[in-house]
Each structure stands twice: as C-alpha cells, then as structure tokens.
Unconditional design. Structure first.
Length: 391
C-alpha cells in the first residue's frame, strides 16, 4: 500500500517570516557554521566542493532577515558561457533551505535577482525533499521486461515533494530531463536508513545472497582497510577497468579524484575516505565514501576483473556501512541507480546489487532550471544547453 511520509510539525511563526529576506554573500566561516547547524546538507553544498569544480567560480550566499536570523544558504557555482560575460548558475543539491514553506517566492525571488545581478542568464537548483520511495521488496517483486520503477506504486509518497513540484512548475521552473537527459546528479538514488538501527538490524536487512557473499569474502581472507591519497592511482586504474567492463564512463581523471580527496579532507579530516579490499596482497576493489553531518555517501566504486568469486565489493560495502553506523549516520546513501526494472537491461545489475542491502529506491525531485528574465537570456539559455549536450 502506498503511504504518505510523516513530516515534522511546523515551526512556530517568526514575526519577520512574511518579510522578504535579503540575499548576501557569506564568508566561508559563516556558511560552514550554518551547514553544521543544519546537519542535513549534501556534501555538494559544502565549501570544499567549489575547490573540486575547478572550471567554475563560486559564491556562498545566505538569506538574512531583519532580526539577523539566517533562514537558508547555498553554494552557487558559476560557469561562463564561452565568448560572453554571462554565466550559468548551479546550486548542486541545493540551496539548503526550508522547502516545506509554501511561500517559496519569499526566498527564491531574491535568489534569482541576486544571481541575475551577478551575470547569470539561467539557474539550476536541486530541492532536497524526496518525491517517492520504493522499499527493496516492492522494487524486486516488480521486475519484468520493459518495466520502469515509475510503473510501480510507490511504498511512500512525500507530500512536501509533490506539492513543491507543483509550486515550482507554476512559477516557470522546468524540471530537467532526468539522468540521461539533463540532470547532473542522479534522480533515482538508493538509501539505507540507519537511524535507530543496530548493526544486527543492518545485517538482518541484507538479503541472503549478500550475507553469504560477505561471509565468503571473510572466509577467503579478504581484508578491508582504509587507504590514503597514495592509493588513489590504484583506485583510478580499477575504475577505468570497471567503466570498460560495465559499459559506463564517468570521464574523471586521476587528478580530479586527487583534488577531491585533498579538498574535502582539508575542510574536515575524514570527510572523504578511500576503502580497499585486499586479497593475497592485491587490491581487488576500491570504493570512496563521503561524510558530512548526519549523512554518509558511498560515492564511487571500482573493482578488478578477476577473482570476483571472493566478493571483495560486498566485503567493502559491509565495512563502509559499519563505519557509517559507528559515525552516527542516520542514512547511508549509495547514490545513483537506474530507473529500469528490466533484468535484461545492462544497467539493471547495479540496481539488483544495491537492492540486496535492504534499503529504498528514492526518486528525488531532480534538478530544476529557469532562465532569467531579460533580453537575450532565453536564447542564451538554449544555446548553453546545446553546448552542454555537445560536451
């Protein structure tokens, strides 16, 4: 049966709640303090992410009310359109704000004005609320030729997400096309809830095949260890093998991962971690994990083509889930999954593997774009979309 998610009780109204806040730039310290108080922001909204995206310039902004209260904030990345002084503004998995507030004009409009003044011709955002969720049992039982997750009645529907989508549409925001047609970040993700669960609960949540494979790895002598920056070249070598074997391409260089590892851990030691599965002295799998606030993400996984029977990736994931639990995470986000439920589809294997952890397929609201009002901005926006498609 499809259920509605229960949302927390509304906060008491502030006296200045109906006054449009002012948007201004924030220092790194101001912005970071806000994120730490919030506790639920994506790692893509932390200041360090701007250092990873070296082809973009960045700005941190906050919504300030007359009494000094700051109600939201966001990391804005600006990408210049070649041959112009105009920019595409992007808030990856942001901004960090109260998306349940029905009066989103009070803070979206000041944001758009601020970005337009900074030279932006269009803006892309990613609201935080989920739209729908399917538990592992529901998704697995619905597999079949040609089937998509959207064909299946959701286990839960988030009323905030559904209402927010309508509000954005009526204000001229356009939802990007999806993983294969527009979204920079995956629309469908896989999350394992951890809040209130013991390690025994997490172990019991794994399906029989996963538990068997973790035991098999242990019996075969697979060791799981935390690596360092010095192990990134081996991680990247395995990633290139994985891309070729599984038919996808992230297109990230070793320098990209080295920059990411350096930037995230300079911001906070242990923010990005590299885990290795070692068997008979050889690294057979390497996965990266990111920690921010109460959330933990499995970001990127890579594995060798041989000795797969000792199940190094299962062993690594169980180690990472245990470490996330020890860190007090309330959620382990395994990032993107395909929307297909067709077992014959090449990409289905990734979903099947993640379903074994007993979590949920989550359809996020995805990314939304809006061109700025003004002469030439709509045409420039279309030209920029064509430019990104060619890239």
């Amino acid at each position: 049966m499809c259920a509605l998610l229960v949302n927390p009780a509304p906060r008491p109204r502030r006296q200045d709640q109906d006054v449009e806040p002012a948007v201004r730039a924030l220092s790194v310290a101001e912005y970071r303090n806000f994120l730490y108080r919030h506790g639920r922001a994506s790692f893509l909204q932390y200041p360090s992410w701007a250092e990873v995206k070296d082809l973009w310039r960045s700005e941190r902004v906050g919504w300030h009310h007359p009494d000094g209260h700051m109600s939201g904030a966001g990391l804005v990345l600006y990408r210049q359109f070649p041959g112009t002084r105009k920019y595409f503004a992007y808030l990856p998995e942001g901004p960090v704000a109260d998306w349940s507030d029905p009066r989103i004009d009070l803070w979206l409009q000041p944001l758009v004005r601020h970005l337009k003044a900074a030279g932006a011709f269009a803006v892309r955002i990613r609201p935080a609320p989920a739209y729908r969720r399917w538990d592992a049992a529901t998704a697995k039982s619905a597999t079949g030729p040609g089937r998509q997750i959207s064909d299946v009645l959701a286990t839960e529907v988030d009323p905030v997400g559904a209402a927010l989508a309508d509000r954005l549409r009526t204000r001229g925001w356009k939802r990007c096309g999806g993983e294969d047609d527009g979204d920079a970040q995956p629309r469908h993700v896989f999350r394992v809830p951890m809040a209130g669960r013991s390690l025994d609960d997490l172990w019991a949540g794994l399906n029989q095949e996963w538990r068997r494979n973790v035991r098999k790895a242990t019996k075969a002598g697979v060791e799981t260890v935390e690596g360092s920056a010095a192990d990134l070249p081996e991680f990247h070598r395995l990633l290139c093998l994985t891309e070729e074997r599984d038919g996808f391409r992230l297109g990230r260089s070793l320098a990209y991962y080295e920059r990411q590892y350096r930037a995230l851990n300079a911001e906070e030691p242990g923010r990005m971690r590299l885990y290795l599965a070692v068997h008979q002295g050889e690294v057979l799998a390497a996965h990266t994990m990111v920690v921010a606030g109460k959330r933990v993400w499995y970001q990127t996984g890579a594995s060798a083509d041989h000795r797969r029977e000792v199940r190094p990736s299962n062993a690594l994931q169980w180690r990472m889930m245990c470490d996330a639990h020890a860190l007090g995470a309330d959620e382990y986000d395994m990032r993107g999954v395909p929307s297909t439920l067709d077992p014959s589809a090449r990409s289905f294997g990734l979903l099947r593997w993640k379903l074994g952890t007993g979590g949920h397929v989550v359809e996020t609201l995805g990314e939304w774009e809006a061109p700025m009002d003004g002469y030439g901005n709509a045409a420039l926006y279309k030209a920029f979309q064509a430019y990104l498609a060619r890239r």
